[in-house]
Design a protein around this ligand. Structure first.
Ligand code: WT7
Length: 633
């Protein structure tokens, strides 16, 4: 199926058509997939409830579109090259036919455990091919996958299993990332002490640590599949049946389960993949994300496989065994499209060009960026030294909630401008709103980035709490989807993302709510109260600065308290959320009505020690003075 736009003029024509007649635009694309039954209506929607229905009445199974469909013409084509963490370990490849067979065996195995359509399955796995098999096996039998990034703690895992009421967990004994080992199974054991819904746990042997298996609950992955048939009838799903849940952080409360559905997500991930990366038959694509994040879902698993692409899956990290690893892997597999995060680029930039120039990067055609704003310096370094000034940089802006890339250049078709994500993809209607909710027509004015018309892979609900979806995304500006980002548009119509305008921080492309980290800190015995803010960080994009009110009578050594606070965050969320800076304070700056003045704390974290703006509502100005004096540099 070739959905690739081939010139900028064609992009403009498709864009215009997608706005004038969205239904005929999207049905023309959807026609090209395999459906058991076509839709009665292409689109039925309102952003008030919200209620978004794409291809209502249609029936399909997404895995038939990404596996069965390819068997005839590309059964022996490589679907994935798997590159292990340890370069000396054997790399693996899996063809489309082999992937089909592995998925069918696991699907049958899962059905034998009584898992079926609509059941939720939590996947907590390393970056191995069996993780992808697990995802697809869920989709094949109509089970709803909920992948939890393997860097989250047992507590965070338990929260997600409970929220989704998952019936099955799929995990591995452990994983290796760089020189670090994580004992996944023991984390699952801890989590499952508090998860009544989980009846079974499938355990894959990855690091040969032979974990204890609980009889009746735990099953060895290979034992389960060994006698299963390599064919499995796919469950016929409605277009709007759930495909997956993926938890993500917001400005309040616990992470919420973003819901994506079968039909629209299938259509949009395929369309955006082929166009943004200008993927062509025979190319090798590599997205370095983890499958635990939406980038991995859409652009390691679904978009590429639906397109019949060949991709690289990498188990390790960019800095192991040294900082040349990414470039070596690019050379090894002759990667044509490379997709990574600004934080990785910034980390590697500092290591000099010797490690880059060791590898032949001449296969690269398109290089992409995702997850946070890419600063100009990193953009230029990437373009010059990785792309050798020959490859367009696609700066792709999107979100867990949008399911697919929304703003981006299309390979080498579109004009580029460093730090600008660029133009909306066909079908995407972004607007910038002012504080009153009026659409900003002028250029170069910062506004709230919203979307005024549905696209096929839009969030449908937040699992188990539709009101939360409405309140978070569809209530601030009635009639619009609100992204949480601020942005500007230039005279050429290109968008530049400024960053989050809510209490969400983006640390190395990982998204956290400040409230979520505060809650974690507040579980600590020394903590009375806390406030967390983001501050600019050279490599991570944003760092985490925590102001913690502690009772001085309770402790002697500050260092021990700080270590203990970090441990609390690691236990509640995971090491990925640990504060970079902690300041123990006697009190937080509050208004007379008791609200924490975060604006001031943000300024102090940024290194600003005066010019706090209007401080007339501040209850006790001396609190601010003390904090400034003791600020962590
Ligand atoms: C937030 C979404 C979807 C990819 C992974 C992150 C920020 C994402 C860009 C970009 C500037 C970006 C936004 C967005 N973001 N891509 N190209 N330029 N900012 O997904 O965890 O759902 O986070 O990441 O702030 O709202 P996510």
């Amino acid at each position: 199926m070739n959905l690739r736009i081939q010139s900028f003029t064609e992009y403009q024509q498709q864009y215009a058509k997608s706005v004038e007649s969205p239904e005929s635009f999207w049905s023309g694309i959807a026609e090209q997939f395999d459906w058991h039954k076509k839709w009665d209506k292409v689109l039925d929607w309102n952003f008030n409830d919200p209620s978004i229905n794409w291809f209502s009445g249609a029936q399909l199974n997404i895995t038939e579109n990404l596996l069965d469909r390819h068997l005839k013409d590309r059964g022996d084509q490589v679907a994935f090259y798997w590159e292990p963490n340890e370069p000396s370990e054997e790399a693996k490849t899996i063809t489309y036919r082999e992937l089909y067979q592995e998925v069918c065996k696991l699907s049958n195995g899962m059905r034998s455990l009584g898992v079926g359509k609509g059941d939720r399955v939590c996947i907590y796995m390393p970056m191995v091919l069996e993780s992808i098999v697990s995802i697809l096996a869920c989709a094949r039998i109509g089970a709803v996958h909920s992948i939890v990034f393997a860097g989250f703690s047992a507590t965070a895992l338990a929260d997600r299993i409970n929220d989704a009421q998952a019936k099955l967990v799929i995990t591995a004994d452990g994983l290796n990332r760089g020189t670090k080992r994580v004992e996944l199974k023991s984390m699952v054991d801890t989590a499952l002490e508090n998860c009544a819904s989980a009846e079974h746990c499938i355990v894959l042997d990855c690091v040969h640590s032979q974990p204890a298996m609980k009889p009746g609950r735990d099953i060895d992955y290979h034992e389960l599949i060994k006698d299963q048939s390599a064919d499995c009838t796919a469950e016929v799903m409605n277009a709007e049946d759930l495909l997956f849940i993926l938890y993500t952080s917001g400005s309040t409360g616990k992470p919420k389960g973003v819901v994506h559905t079968c039909g629209g997500y299938m259509v949009y991930t395929t369309y955006s993949f082929q166009n943004v990366f200008q993927y062509q038959e025979g190319d090798v694509f590599w997205c370095t994300a983890d499958i635990g994040w939406i980038t991995g879902h859409s652009y390691i698993v679904y978009g590429p496989l639906l397109s019949g692409a060949t991709s690289v899956v990498f188990e390790g990290i960019p800095t192991y065994p040294d900082c040349g690893r990414f470039w070596e892997v690019c050379e090894k597999y002759k990667v044509n499209q490379f997709y990574t995060a600004p934080t990785a680029i910034r980390a590697l930039m500092g290591e000099g060009l010797e490690v880059v120039n060791r590898s032949d990067l001449s296969s690269l055609k398109v290089i992409g960026s995702v997850g946070e704003p890419i600063n100009e310096e990193a953009w230029i370094w990437y373009h010059e030294n990785i792309g050798k000034k020959n490859c367009p940089v696609v700066d792709t802006w999107w979100q867990t909630e949008t399911g697919g890339i929304m703003l981006s250049g299309l390979g080498d078709l579109s004009p580029m401008n460093p730090t600008h994500a660029g133009y909306p993809l066909p079908g995407i209607q972004p607007v910038l709103l002012d504080a009153e909710g009026k659409e900003i027509e002028e250029n170069e004015v910062e506004g709230y980035l919203c979307v005024k018309f549905p696209w096929p892979s839009a969030i449908r609900t937040t699992y188990g709490d539709h009101d939360r979806c409405k309140n978070t995304y569809f209530s601030n500006y009635p009639g619009y989807y609100f992204t949480g980002d601020g942005a500007k548009r230039d005279s050429a119509g290109m968008y530049r993302i400024i960053g989050r305008v809510d209490d969400v921080i983006n640390v190395s492309g990982h998204r956290f709510g400040t409230a979520e980290i505060e809650d974690a800190i507040n579980t600590n015995e020394y903590a009375i109260e806390s406030a967390v803010v983001g501050y600019p960080h050279d490599v991570k994009g944003q760092g985490i600065y925590a102001y913690v009110v502690v009772d001085p009578a309770k402790f002697e050594k500050e260092d021990l308290v700080k270590t203990s606070l970090i441990d609390s965050v690691s236990e509640s969320i995971g090491r990925i959320a640990k504060p970079d800076k902690i300041q123990l304070v006697a009190g937080l700056p509050k208004t007379r009505s008791g609200k924490i003045m975060r604006r001031i704390l943000r300024k102090i974290a940024e290194g600003e020690i005066q010019n706090f703006g209007d401080t007339s509502t501040l209850l006790d100005p001396s609190v601010v003075e003390t904090i400034v004096q003791n600020a962590v540099k």
